[in-house]
Each structure stands twice: as structure tokens, then as C-alpha cells.
Design a protein around this ligand. Sequence first.
Ligand code: SF4
Ligand code: SF4
Ligand code: SF4
Length: 366
Amino acid sequence: MTNVFDAFSGTANSLYGELPDPAADAGFDPSHPKRVGFFTDTSVCIGCKACEVACKEWNLVPDDGTDASDLYRLTGMSYDNTGDLGASTWRHVAFIEDVRPHGSATTAHGGAVPAEPTTGHIPSGLPALGGGALPKAPRDAATAPPGPGGTGTGTVDLLTLLPDAGAHGQQTPDDERDVRWLMASDVCKHCTHAGCLDNCPTGALFRTEFGTVVVQDDICNGCGYCVPSCPYGVIDVRGSDGGAHKCTLCYDRLGSGLEPACAKACPTQSIQFGDLDELQAAADARLAELHGRGVNEARLYGRDENDGVGGDGAFFLLLDEPEVYGLPPDPIVTTRDLPEMWRNAALTAVGLGAAALAAFWKGGRR
Ligand code: SF4
Ligand code: SF4
Ligand code: SF4
């Protein structure tokens, strides 16, 4: 594994920039497994929180409150009762309510309502974006529920069962305002260049053979150096045991050939797990599909391998600016400038030494 102390003792690996194989960089044999990760497509998240619950259950993560009375706390942020990622919240489902005067904006950035979703939703299941009432979805033999009260034999389109199909999903227009919900399940990004790992002085944080980043509880001494080193504010020290904790990408499950608990529990495949290169290709295709349907606000976050952390092992499709979701727009690994800083420090030391020698030499000649 690499840390800043290695970086200046001649055993340094990469601290910044594009890095095709972080596991190999950390010393694993070339035969190690392919890098895995998450592609979280927030456009199909329904905010059910199954991912949060599955994570807590599988990993025995304690509740987030400091006492029992805080267990069902209200955060004042819509249906969000966990607030943020932390030592005891390894998955966090954000609920963002975007409230605007009716008609003031037709999409997240004021663009035109996509013309294609005339049935009130984009066919892939993506809830319609933007303001204005949408036409009521027709119910026909292909979508009507079978059995009592139904006339059809096809699959049930749940959207058509709502009293007003034009007000479904994340879009709730009324006479005076448009309310749009953005829901997104956040997690540790398992960065290509992980500031938490690079700054851990004990080696408690390490890069796994799958390219993920994991804390070893029995080695962590709770110093907290990793906490400010994370550009996303993910990792934290838990008060009850004094150790740093975060998502392990279910390292134990990966070792048994299982997918992570959160991805397994997600009913909409908003959380997709797999080989990172395949997820990246799937994300690119999904983005092109949405742009083709006029959802121009869609964007990938953490996908760019040339960004400030060398790209993320867990990346996202967002429907608005990262800041709207509480994500930093331009994260940079905290070790990026260290080589430059040490170079400057060395030059300064050499300059001071030369000045001191010159002063002695001059003093001796008088
Ligand atoms: S730096 Fe933060 S986001 Fe990246 S691996 Fe560490 S804890 Fe996760
Ligand atoms: S991968 Fe495992 S540890 Fe990480 S958020 Fe999902 S369930 Fe929790
Ligand atoms: S990511 Fe999946 S499991 Fe988590 S809240 Fe969204 S839909 Fe539910």
C-alpha cells in the first residue's frame, strides 16, 4: 500500500493522475481480480432506502443516533432521516426537494420539457422531469391490471394506477409551484487515488485486490488523519468505539463471489455492481440514451479518470449539478500537491543553506 511516508522514502506509487490499475499499483500480482465498483443511476432511484437497511444489517452497523430517542430523528430534509454519510451511515439516501414557482422552469435548468414522454414518463422508467402538468397516461389492454377490476392481460404499469398520472413520481405540480424530488444513494467512492488511504499512518486503510478501499478495524488507532483527507467527507471516527469506519464495498461478500448487500437489495437497479470497465460502458450508454430523449440535465459524476482523484470506483448518474446533491463539484485528492510542496521546500532549504554559507564566507574575509 502507498502512503505519504512511502512517497518520500523512494517506495512511492502514484499519488495523482490517471491510474489504470490501482490494485497493481498497490502491489498485487497481475493475476488479481478485475477492478469492481458501483454505477448508481439516480434517475431510477425511488428513495425506498432498502440499500441503507441492507448495508446496516449485513455489516452490523449501529444506529446513527447517539441515544434511543434520536433513532427516528427528523432532519428537516424531506424524508432524509440519516442526514449524511458517516461512521455509522455507509449508504445515505438523499432526498432533495426542488420547489419552484409554477411555470418558472420546465426542467432542472429551465430548458424545454422533453417532447417524447407523452405518456407522463420516459419509457425506461425514468420519472418525467420539469414543470407543467403532463398528460394522463392511457390505460389499455396492454397496461391494464388483470383480474378483478382489470380488463387486460399485460403487465401492470403502476404509474397508471395513481389517481392523477400527471402528478406521479418525482414531479408534483400544483397551481402555484412545481416540486421535483431528486433521490440519490450516496456511498464511499473507492477513489483511484484515495486521500484517506494515502494519509493513514498505521496502514489500517488498504487497497484490496478488487481495487476497493477498506479499513482494518483492528489496526486503526482512531487518530482521525483520514477524516480531513477525504475530499468527499465520507470517512469518520465513531464515538462509541473510537475507530474510523466507512463502506467496505462488502469486501467479505466479494471474497465469497457475492455482490454487495446494497446492490442486492436495490429493487430498481439504481445501484449497479460489477467490473468497473463494464459499468463505465453501461453508464456512457445510459447517458447517451437520456440525452437522446431530451434529458439534457443528466450527467456522470466520478466517471472521468482525469479528474482530481483519478476517477471513482463508485460513480453516479445525476440529474442536476453535484452541489444540488451535496457533492463537491471538483474533488481533488489531498496528496496531489505534496510532491510539488516538497520540491519547493527542498529548493528553499538549499537556498537558505547557500545564503548561510555565503554569510560565513563573507564574515571570514573581514
Ligand atoms: S478518500 Fe473518501 S471517498 Fe475516497 S476511498 Fe477514502 S473515504 Fe472513500
Ligand atoms: S457495499 Fe456493502 S458496505 Fe458498502 S454501502 Fe453497500 S452494503 Fe454497505
Ligand atoms: S438506491 Fe435503490 S435501494 Fe437505495 S433508495 Fe434508491 S431505489 Fe431504494
